[in-house]
Structure formats: C-alpha cells, structure tokens
Design a protein around this ligand. Sequence first.
Ligand code: FE2
Length: 453
Amino acid sequence: MKSVLIVEDEVGIHDVLEFYLENLDVEISFAEDITTAKNKMGEHTFDLILSDVHLKEDGNGIDLLKDVKSINQDLPFIIMTSFISALDAKEAYRLGADEFVAKPINQDELRNKLMHLLGSESEDSYKQNEFDDDLFCEVPLKSFISGKIAPFDIYIRIRNGKYIKVSNKGDNYNYEILKKFEDKGVEFLHALKKDFQDYTLMNLKICKALQDNKKIDDSKRMNFLVHSHNIIQESVFKLNFDDRTMSYINYYAKSVLNVLSKSHSYLNLLDHLRLECPDIYNYSLLSAIYALAISEKLEWESDERKTKLFLSGLLHDVGMKMIPEEIREKNPLYLTIEEKEELNEHPKHGMEILSTLHNVPSEVILAAYQHHEDVRGSGFPLKLKGHKISPFSKIIYITNHFSRYYLQGLKQDLANANASARAYHKFMDIHENLCEKSHLEAFKKLFPGESLD
Ligand SMILES: [Fe+2]
C-alpha cells in the first residue's frame, strides 16, 4: 500500500480529503504544520506529499517543497493552490512541484493526479496540466473584476504549454485578490477556449433576458452590454473567428439595438463607456455607437441597415488580429516605414477574414476594407475617392478616428469630462476636409455646444 502525507493546516478539511481519497489503495497521514510534517517524514517513508500552499504556523508549502526536493528530487509533490495563491504556483513549479490541484478541490481531479503520480492506473483518463497552447485563450484580468464567481475554470500560464488551474468554475473570488494580481503585473488569466465560447454564449443569453426584463434598471443593462462587448471582442480576437462567433456578434448587435431603441439611451451608454475604464476594445464599441448616433441624425429608419452599420463599427478593425502586437501597440510616431506598411495592411486582412465567413453582410466587409479611405483619395489601402467609398465606410472613417482620439484622451485623464469635446476638435482639425459632407454635418450635430459654425 502506498503512503501519502497530507500537509493541511485546516483540520476541518482533513475529513473531506480522507473522504475524497476513500477506497484508493493508499494510507493517509496528516500534518498541520511543517515541523510535524518533517517529524513524520523522519519516522516514516512516504510515497507522495500533498501540501497546501498556505500554512499558518511555521512556513508555507513552498518552503516544504523546497526542503523535500533538495533531499529527494523524485518524491512526488502535489501543491494545493487556490486563486489567492496562484502567484505562488509559479514559484512552486520552478521548485519542482509535480502537480497542482485547485482549491476548493475537485475529487476526481485529486484522485486522478494522485494515482497517476503514485504510478497506479488513474480512474479516468488522466488529464495532464501540460496542454497545447492552442487550447487556451487569454482573458484580461479586467473581465473578472465585475464578477464574484469564476465563470469557468481559470488557469495561469507558467510557460508555453504549461498551465495550472487556479480556480474551478463556480468558485468565489474577490476584488482584493484580483487587485493583488494586477499589482504584480498580471494582465491576463487563461481559460480553455471551449469554456470561453460557452461563456460567450451564456452572456448573450443574459443579454436577451435583460432586454426582456423590464425590472432591470438601465445602468445594469448598460454594464452588461459593455461587459458582453468585451467578451465578444475577446472571442473575435483570441479565438478562431468562425461562423459561430459571427452569429454571436449578430445576435449581440440586435440586442444592443433593441435596448437602445427602447430606451433611446445612446448617451447613457456612451457615458457609461466613459466611466468604465477604457480598455483595448472599447473603441470599437464606441465607434459602433457613434456610428448609430450619426445614422439617427441622418434619419435612417431601417433597423436592418442600422444593425449592419453597428456591426461595421464593431468589426472594422478585425484585421488588426493579423498584425503583430509589437507593431499594433507601438506609438505610431516611432513606427519604421516597413512597420507602417505592415500595419496599413489591416483593412485588407479584415476584408479577407470577414469574407471567409458565411453570414457577414457585404456592407460590413467593405467597411473593414475601406475605413481608412478618405474622400480626397489620400487614405489607404486603395486611395479611393468620393463615391467609390461605401457610405458605411465613410461613417466608420469618422467614428474610428474620433473614438481613438477620445480613448487616448481618457487614458491620459480618466476624469476628464471634456474628453469627447476635445476628441471632436482634434478630429475636426485633422479630418474635417476628408469626410463626406452630409456625414460630417450629422456628426457635428452630436456636439451642439462645440460646433464652430
Ligand atoms: Fe483601422
């Protein structure tokens, strides 16, 4: 019979662990602190150590791991880690921990990992935590800040192809923990793409429920629309952008339009975006909403047309997905000629990506391709002029530039209530003569106090 030492300072959990490991052919001993653990190891030979990271008394699981591995590199060591100790997990991995189990513990996962390391057949197929990078996607830390319960299993990446689960779906976590992550420079956590896709769909179902529920107040609705937008953009940029994702986006666009048309709350939503910390994707939502606001001023009536325009705003920069991050993120002033050329390929990439899908309206594809063209023919990639540019593209040209200026301003000064007016003036200074007149007039009407004429 194999023998296992469990080091866990919460005595209440001992019974649970004993129950979880019931009927396995192992003998279990418990220690509540490192001194007791070491004494027991002196008296008895163990085949495996299972230790919590956090121990109250005389050191933590990492210290114990270090000591154990310095004496016997081959003694299997499993670390029990919680969301709060996710950052310690990296250190534990470096020191030679053989496995990790996320707390609260999942019984099957614990049994499988333990039996695998003891050289026995696992009950189910053993799931290694060496994964293919392609199975995972990044999820920005910010996406979690609005929630309290892990919406899916959450992983941290130790290195390429090595992920550790730090939280099971449904576990609680709180803002303080996330804040610690943020303070340590963690920007992303990871999820299995499959789980993330399910989560996206769930969000959309909630969107639908929110539309139909009259009791929900506007601010909650707005919050959720913004949150869902970020989730969807994550899907677009981080997962394979396929027909299924596109159908989610179509659905999302219809939901937003539905909410906005019922409450006439463009301004609420825009205000909400301003107050939300602007993140990398919000400019596309901002572009989409301003495009809709322009269409209102142009007195467009068709919902179908408005939906397409909104989608154009959401997806116009999807080609950026193909541009290396170091170029995308670089200050445009410091781009080399070659880098600039590469960046300017993004409309073409966008057109190509959207063309391969079955359910993207042609107007949306054109907007992705032409949103950097201007009426004077000085844009890119084709230097098209006037009527050769589609109306949707001309509107997105305005809202894309404006939204970027707006968010740049907010990034410098979040509390700046005049950020939109400043962005408006900046836009007018640079682009006034490069836009379609009627669209520009409609855009100006959105800033009645700022208009120069
Ligand atoms: Fe662009």
